[in-house]
Write a protein that binds this ligand. Sequence first.
Ligand code: PHE
Length: 381
Amino acid sequence: MKNFAKFSIIAIFIAIGFTLYSCNKGGSGNEILIGQFASLTGSEATFGISSDNGLKLAVEEINKSGGLLGKQVKLVTEDNQGKPQETQTVVQKLINRDKVVAIIGEVASSRSKAGAPICQQNKIPMISPASTNPEVTAIGDYIFRVCFIDPFQATVMSKFALNSMKVKKVAMLIDQKNAYSTGLAENFRKIFTQMGGEIIEEQKYSAGDKDFKAQLTSIKAKNPEAIFIPGYYTDVNLISIQAREIGLTCPLFGSDGWESEKLTEGKAKDALEGSFFSTHVSTEDPNPKIQDFIKKYRAKYNSEPDAMSFLAYDAGMMLFDAIKKANSTEGEKIKNELAKEKDFPGVTGNITMNEQRNAVKPAVVLEIKDGKFKYKETIAP
Ligand code: PHE
């Protein structure tokens, strides 16, 4: 009898423990936990801060409108400091410790590539707001994105260089350990050449380098009509200044990785005057959805949104839509609904998931004038 009593008490404790555990999966009884990994610090901190701000707006809105499946959404954000290694640690934490039901992240392709295999293995749907390298979503059927991919971005900038900038002889400066940069350079090389352009010089750097003069001097010796730099804003800021210092006067052009208010800081404001880059949205777009978003964003953060803010907001909203349709927080059911998303009305345009779980959307080209980004043209897929 004594043993039986002991056994019963243990059994009751196990049962209570199990119940608590199950309720806690994905949040307490009245919460749904969504994870996010972002570079809130480090050399691309504006990427993380902008996307975090955008996603928080989405969470606030869904909760105001009554939440999801009768519960409130709670966002758990982890800072990966802009490091792939740290990304793996924080994604593990989000899944194993916090038991989030889905994950939003990241902006930078190399970090999305570090986090995605862990999400895939654990059957936790992941949506990247802004990673454009094709390999990100190729990692598996739980990995999605709400933006276009780099073969398209390379086409956009090839067309723009040839038709609008009217340049044919182009040099490239590539961030050699950054999957985004090398992938985009490869696509640009192929497409620009096919369209009749010529790559007359290629040089490499590593993110975080401070001195680019040797590479720029080699480029100058070939006398290019323009330089394509598929890199991130912190490096492009320094590159532009040093290019002018050594007497390179040709226009520079690049891609969405340039987008940050920090791009044109200091002497880069003048150095980048008349340069161009492709990205996902223009804040000058009169579309009321875009303008309303800008108003909401300013009111909450007292700052200006950029592409990542818009895209992270859309990623959050599309995830909530899929959870609603799945009527469940089970990873597999959410993933099935995400894969079916068609014409989801995002702020950045209608979002349809194609077979590869990528969105097919137009790109915009912006021109740098007086340190500000001015709308130049839209290029459709
Ligand atoms: N597309 C970039 C990447 O894949 C990230 C990025 C998106 C940067 C949008 C700025 C704006 O690494």
